[in-house]
Design a protein around this ligand. Structure first.
Ligand code: 5GP
Ligand code: ZN
Length: 115
C-alpha cells in the first residue's frame, strides 16, 4: 500500500470499486474514462509502480495475471470477438497512474499501430 496511490486505494477498497473479477492477488474493474465499449483495468493488489519495477519476486504474480486475463475477458464477453491488452509504461508509453495495470479493451475493432 502506497499512500496517495489511487489504485492502492481501489485495491484496499478505500475507494469503492465495482469489481468484475477479484481474488487475493488481483482485481479488475471498469476504467473511469473508457476508450472502448468494454475497458477494464486489471491491477495487482501489491503496489508495483510499473513493469520496470517488477522483479523476479513478482514472477508468480505476473504469471497469475497473464493466465487470468483470458478468464476476465470471457467474463466480460470478449473471448469470442477478441480484445486488446495494453501495459503503458512511463511517459512515452502514456502511463498516467503509477501502479501497474493492464488495460483490457474490447467491444470494437482496434486499429494498429496505436497512436
Ligand atoms: P494509464 O494512462 O496510466 O495507462 O492508465 C490509467 C487509466 O486509469 C486511465 O485509462 C484512466 O481513465 C484510469 N483511471 C484513472 N483514475 C481512475 C479511477 O479513479 N478509477 C478508475 N476506475 N479508473 C481510473
Ligand atoms: Zn499503488
Amino acid at each position: 500500500m502506497q499512500q496517495d496511490c489511487i489504485f492502492c486505494k481501489i485495491a484496499n477498497k478505500t475507494i469503492p470499486v465495482n469489481a468484475v473479477y477479484e481474488d487475493e492477488q488481483i482485481i479488475a474493474f471498469p476504467d473511469i474514462n473508457p476508450a472502448a465499449p468494454v475497458h477494464l483495468l486489471l491491477i495487482p493488489k501489491k503496489h508495483i509502480a510499473n513493469i520496470l519495477e517488477a522483479s523476479s519476486e513478482d514472477a508468480a504474480l505476473l504469471e497469475h495475471i497473464m493466465t487470468t486475463i483470458p478468464k476476465i475477458a470471457a467474463i466480460a464477453g470478449l473471448a469470442e470477438d477478441g480484445f486488446r491488452t495494453v501495459i503503458n509504461t512511463k511517459d512515452n508509453g502514456g502511463q498516467t497512474v503509477y501502479h501497474l495495470h493492464f488495460h483490457i479493451l474490447g467491444g470494437r475493432f482496434m486499429t494498429w499501430p496505436p497512436g
